[in-house]
Design a protein around this ligand. Structure first.
Ligand code: SF4
Length: 181
């Protein structure tokens, strides 16, 4: 009997899989950014620094995973470089946070984009749902039996999340009475 263990093949996503995952993710996060521009988290805008200032590097990547991880990290690096180095007076602060706020926009991690502490959609914004769905999108729907990714099967959850965020935007714009005063 051979003592050799069978090689475990690491699933290899195609370029098309990665491109589709990035597209699905940013379709959701762009809409969330729109929502947060309408209903910003009071912590974020507290003094131009906000609660982000205490986030560590590991924390700001929380939820970023799956086949598109490297691509998203590269895009985040490029975005950050395009803003140039902004001097910060807070040690260990998040590297993407500037005196004008976060430079990442739709490239924020699931943790960052789903975090909402205080503001007008507090109580109606379901951070856990948003975080879990974004993570599932990034996982790319791996079939463990074949080792193939099927991000195209994630369109349903992408559209559900977008519908959820659009409804919040609608409430904010047309039915503000539903939201926190
Ligand atoms: S990446 Fe952006 S949202 Fe996340 S902690 Fe840094 S500045 Fe805040």
């Amino acid at each position: 009997m051979s003592l050799e263990q069978p090689l475990v093949q690491r699933p290899q996503p195609t370029e098309r899989d990665v491109a589709l995952i990035v597209r699905q993710y940013t379709l959701c996060t762009s809409l969330l950014e729109e929502l947060f521009k309408l209903a910003p988290d009071e912590c974020w805008t507290f003094d131009g620094v906000g609660c982000c200032a205490s986030a560590t590097k590991t924390l700001v990547e929380k939820g970023l995973q799956g086949p598109a991880y490297e691509t998203l990290m590269r895009l985040r690096g490029q975005r950050s470089e395009s803003y140039g180095h902004l001097p910060r007076d807070i040690e260990e602060a998040c590297p993407y946070h500037t005196e004008q706020g976060c430079v990442l926009g739709e490239l924020k991690s699931p943790l960052c984009i789903s975090h909402y502490c205080r503001g007008k959609i507090e109580g109606v914004f379901d951070s856990d749902y948003v975080y879990d769905t974004l993570k599932r999108i990034l996982e790319g729907n791996l079939d463990p039996e074949t080792g193939l990714y099927h991000p195209e099967k994630n369109w349903k959850i992408v559209l559900e999340l977008r519908r959820y965020v659009k409804e919040l935007i609608f409430q904010f714009e047309y039915r503000p009475g539903c939201l926190r005063k």
